[in-house]
Design a protein around this ligand. Structure first.
Ligand code: SF4
Ligand code: SF4
Length: 197
């Protein structure tokens, strides 16, 4: 019948007049986000073995892992870097990691004024991860309990080399370059560094 569609549409509008709004007053008010939602990536150094499975699984090549062997056969993670300028938050790295050292979760309002700030090294990633744990009762997004700062081995979360970018002339931490260093993942240096290359 002519006009029935219009009446139905108006009825729907009329019904919503008496319902509470669906929107919230962001950023003062925020909706609940599940802990392991794909909001960001959190890398937990204390769980990472340096196996590079995540770097191999990433379709965008935005994870870089550099390791050197320890005498006991384990790997020392010299560098762990994520280029969030390229990341599409697909979480394939999360699924690939056998030790759940990289997990989905963390801040979703992670915008940056400077695009290159989205290239994050292990110290920035550790800062993000520790901030997450501190505000979540030392619990990982997957529900496991995390060690508190006083329970973490002393070398974790500390700079392993001098400040600033890796300098092949100086090596790591100002010392000699390790004899065997394995680098997995494609290094995409910030634009500023590329320009000066
Ligand atoms: S979320 Fe996807 S694109 Fe981002 S680092 Fe992981 S695998 Fe790569
Ligand atoms: S796959 Fe997991 S344990 Fe291996 S290097 Fe990546 S984050 Fe570390």
């Amino acid at each position: 019948m002519f006009g029935l569609g219009i009446a139905k549409g108006l009825l729907l509008t009329f019904r919503h007049l008496f319902r509470p709004p669906f929107t919230v007053q962001y950023p003062e008010e925020r909706r609940y986000i599940p802990e392991n939602a794909r909001t960001n990536l959190l890398w937990f150094e204390e769980r990472c073995t340096g196996c590079s499975t995540c770097a191999q699984a990433c379709p965008d090549g935005c994870i870089l892992v550099e390791t050197s062997p320890n005498p006991d056969g384990t790997l020392n993670v010299l560098r762990y870097e994520i280029d969030f300028r390229l990341c599409m938050y697909c979480a394939l790295c999360v699924e690939a990691c056998p030790y759940e050292a990289i997990q989905a979760g963390g801040p979703y309002d992670d915008a940056a004024y400077n695009f290159d700030d989205l290239y994050r090294d292990k110290h920035k990633l550790t800062e993000m991860a520790q901030e997450y744990l501190r505000t979540h009762d030392w619990t990982y997004p997957n529900g496991d309990k995390a060690p508190r700062p006083e329970e973490r081995p002393l070398h974790l979360g500390k700079p392993a080399r001098g400040q600033g970018a890796f300098d092949p002339e100086v090596g790591l931490g100002g010392g000699p370059i390790p004899l065997a260093v394995t680098v997995k993942g494609e290094r995409r240096a910030p634009a500023a560094s590329r320009a000066s290359d």
